[in-house]
Design a protein around this ligand. Structure first.
Ligand code: SF4
Length: 167
């Protein structure tokens, strides 16, 4: 049985972003994985109870985590709840890895906005990406498609169960 992949819902064209838009990626492998039923779509911010549209949010502090909307509202609990849900779903579906939207305060795996709402990027990861990586799941973003594809091809050629183990 092929391993499943957790994927940011917006990358599949779901209009779940803060501004009601999507981040659809048009790629043959993604289409094929989707046809094979191997993509497990999740939007952590929606899972955490936030609406569409919603004010853009950025990470203010990492330890302890504090995320606010541009309007100053503290949305940390929703982001944490969304991260928890994403973990549960990844475990339930035995996902081998995740392909998440870059730079999101939830989904970003390498970079995030710096908290000043000026479009400035810094090294760091979003609440959900962080939690998944802490649980040992490899996380790629849509700017790392080559690496992601390599990983999937290796996985498919070697087969067994690389998924998260339910604890
Ligand atoms: Fe996309 Fe993740 Fe933001 Fe949801 S939380 S809109 S899946 S980047």
């Amino acid at each position: 049985k092929k391993n499943k992949i957790l994927i940011s819902a917006c990358l599949l064209g779901n209009k779940v972003r803060f501004d009601g838009k999507d981040n659809l990626i048009d790629n043959d492998l993604i289409h094929r994985l989707n046809r094979q039923g191997r993509l497990v779509s999740v939007c952590p911010e929606i899972e955490g109870g936030l609406p569409i549209p919603r004010p853009p949010a950025e990470i203010q502090d990492k330890f302890p985590l504090r995320i606010t909307g541009i309007n100053g509202e503290d949305v940390t609990p929703q982001f944490l709840a969304g991260a928890e849900r994403a973990i549960e779903i990844a475990e339930r579906e035995n996902c081998c890895c995740a392909l998440l939207k870059s730079r999101s305060p939830s989904c970003g795996n390498l970079e995030v906005y710096d908290g000043n709402f000026t479009g400035t990027i810094k090294a760091g990861s979003g609440a959900t990406a962080d939690e998944l990586m802490r649980n040992g799941l490899p996380v790629y973003n849509e700017r790392q498609l080559d690496q992601f594809i390599e990983f999937i091809e290796l996985l498919d050629s070697s087969e067994p169960e690389l998924g998260l183990r339910a604890s």
